[in-house]
Design a protein. Structure first.
Length: 134
């Protein structure tokens, strides 16, 4: 999973509906120039849950569906530093983390959650010192 997966997900969903970038942006009230950069992974996904929900509505993604959950998961992952996602302990647990915490991860709490994940990943990947038994 990488930060650019959000853009790929949106682009594929648009294509299934036959929506051009400009038409999608018109319907979602987004700037096409900036949104193109989101789809290419240059800009991060929106932080606002409401914005992501509006995008899901335009893409006809049913609230609560697996596709809905995946969209929000990818939006959240887009704000975690790529280096952390490369860590095996983070990458393999990130999906479960966001699904279990989706009600609590608001746009205001996203940076806090990302920093907690970062600190836990650093602690988990740090070599442990062996202690001598007395």
């Amino acid at each position: 999973m990488s930060p650019s997966d959000f853009g790929t997900f949106i682009k594929d969903a648009r294509a299934r509906l036959g929506l051009s970038l400009r038409e999608f942006c018109r319907l979602a009230d987004l700037d096409p120039g900036n949104w193109s950069k989101v789809e290419r992974g240059i800009f991060p996904p929106p932080k606002s849950r409401q914005c992501v929900a509006d995008i899901a509505t335009v893409l006809m993604i049913e609230k609560g569906s697996d596709e809905w959950n995946r969209l929000f998961e990818l939006a959240a992952v887009g704000h975690i530093p790529a280096g952390l996602l490369a860590e095996p302990k983070v990458g393999e647990r990130i999906s479960v983390f966001f699904r279990m915490n989706s009600d609590f991860v608001s746009n205001a709490k996203m940076p806090i959650m990302a920093s907690r994940i970062s600190m836990n990943a650093i602690k988990a990947s740090a070599p442990r010192r062996k202690t001598k038994k007395k």
